[in-house]
Design a protein around this ligand. Sequence first.
Ligand SMILES: C[S@@+](CC[C@H](N)C(=O)[O-])C[C@H]1O[C@@H](n2cnc3c(N)ncnc32)[C@H](O)[C@@H]1O
Length: 399
Amino acid sequence: MQLAPPGHAGALPEPSLEARAHSDRVVAYIVASIAAAGGWISFADYMGAALYAPGLGYYASGTRKFGAGGDFVTAPELTALFGRALGAQLAEVVESTGGDIVELGPGTGKLAADVLGELSLRRVLPQRYRLLEVSPELRARQREHLSGKVPALLSRIEWIEVLPERWRGAIVANEVFDAVPPQLVVRKSASWYERGVALDGGRLALADRPLGAGPLRDAAAALFPPDGDYVSEVNAAAQALLTSLALRCDAGALLLIDYGFPADEYYHAQRSGGTLMTHYRHRALADPLFLPGLADLTAHVDFTAMARAGVGAGMSVSGFTTQAHFLVNCGILDLLAGVGDVQSIDYLREASAVNKLLSPAEMGELFKVLMLTRGEVTPGPGFRGGDRRNRLDRVAAPH
Ligand SMILES: C[S@@+](CC[C@H](N)C(=O)[O-])C[C@H]1O[C@@H](n2cnc3c(N)ncnc32)[C@H](O)[C@@H]1O
């Protein structure tokens, strides 16, 4: 996710009257949920409603999220070379499994078009490329984009609304797991609380309530540093989603690309405020209650938890590295060189986008790529040649 460059941090753009009215409807929905729950809902339930309440939530209503006119720009939106490099990785998975590709949360459809374009060039097209998308607005946008970019491949593209019962081939999730609502746990003066949302003078407010013994407290106690005041996320839903994907896999690779860390870095003593972020019009804000329904909410991904969930469901960790290493290994610099005249505007535009994807100061280090596999799957270029500084030990070490 790419936000505004420094210096772009002026006053926040005011929402239109229509947008504000929409946010008011989302707030009313959340207020009703709080009342129905007896005065308090967990943060996960709040974020679930703010992002996914049918017809209301950020990802479930018709406003424009992706790109320059939205709230953030993701890697596939920056340059087609991201999808083409990923295509190099997926080509080997498709070839070695003879399977299909399923993309979770496919955004505008740009990644799908770029991956399919690359697979077509390499003559290793899957029979089916499935897009798991629940938003009718985004489905229409994806169809329009794909019809324009890869019309000859439309017959291979299929939209689905639920996870496939079984899958063989590849599952791709770019910036999806950061959008899965986590629970927030607080340790303050050696006592445990769960952070949620309640009403204070009729307005939404964060509210902590004591957290008794049980799985959530046990999970936080195992993850958090041994002592000190600390707030962070525990994402049981992300683990459950990954487990569910892994259990349904007959053979193939699950590729998860997102921002996050292995657990030791995620739950570092210095990261005592957690990783929750609100994105609104290319700004990162700290307040998760800011304009519900108009702002995106995300938390970083704990890749150790994801790897363990996969291994627990019988998959193996076959690769874990930074986005920069992965993309360079997949040949993104050769693809860039192929763009043409280095003096041209086209080349400069692509080079600037590739720099954002690779630079340690931007997306190169914070974003990671995790590959879980089941059965005979070749590791692919992303985790093979070139820079081999994969850090499997960081996510695959026994707990
Ligand atoms: C930040 S957007 C990323 C979109 C796109 N992958 C990209 O890179 O531009 C996150 C997307 O993940 C989707 N999402 C969240 N949870 C999901 C789930 N459990 N299954 C499928 N999609 C999900 C959201 O609806 C949203 O469209």
